[in-house]
Design a protein around this ligand. Structure first.
Ligand code: ZN
Length: 173
């Protein structure tokens, strides 16, 4: 199955899409080393402690890129935007240009309600943006499309970091 926008892509883009769609998992050699960071991120989010959230996100991203041997990237976490809602953009990936590192920007959202869900959604947003990085740096795809394979890779990372999680709702842009 392909998403509807596939039909509007050029032949070259369709080839990239199909390569992306064919990769279903990202295997981390030693995910257990990252597990202690997960509750720290959750606690920092509950406290709405932006600096610590950013620090833990950097730790998770650094750990994943190191395990996969791809170039590092920066993660910055910004405060909730006044109009933030579940449907809006809450993560952004900007590829590295020249010698500059790629950058992931995440926005902390209102987490007053359903904190656990908010935590999972937040972590998935980080992993979603990391998957864009992996498309370019690990799989060497010239473009990074949202394919079914892409979302499976995002899920595969999530379940390696949170092995006892139930199937979470899909999030991310
Ligand atoms: Zn995306």
């Amino acid at each position: 199955m392909v998403f509807a926008y596939y039909n509007k892509l050029s032949a070259a883009q369709k080839r990239i899409y199909r390569r992306s769609d064919g990769i279903h998992t990202v295997s981390l050699p030693e995910p257990a080393g990252l597990h202690p960071l997960i509750p720290r991120l959750s606690t920092a989010l509950e406290r709405e402690d932006r600096a610590t959230v950013e620090q833990q996100c950097c730790g998770i991203a650094d750990g994943i890129v190191a395990l996969l041997g791809v170039p590092p990237l920066r993660v910055r976490v910004l405060a909730v935007r006044p109009s933030a809602s579940w449907g809006e953009l809450h993560g952004l990936y900007e590829p590295g240009q020249g010698r500059a590192h790629a950058v992931i920007t995440l926005w902390m959202r209102t987490v007053k309600l359903k904190r656990v869900v908010a935590f999972k959604a937040f972590l998935r947003t980080l992993l979603h943006e990391l998957c864009h990085h992996l498309d370019y740096e690990l799989y060497k795809l010239p473009d990074s499309f949202h394919t079914e394979g892409f979302y499976k890779r995002e899920s595969s990372l999530f379940h390696q970091l949170v092995p006892d999680a139930e199937q979470p709702a899909r999030t991310g842009k």
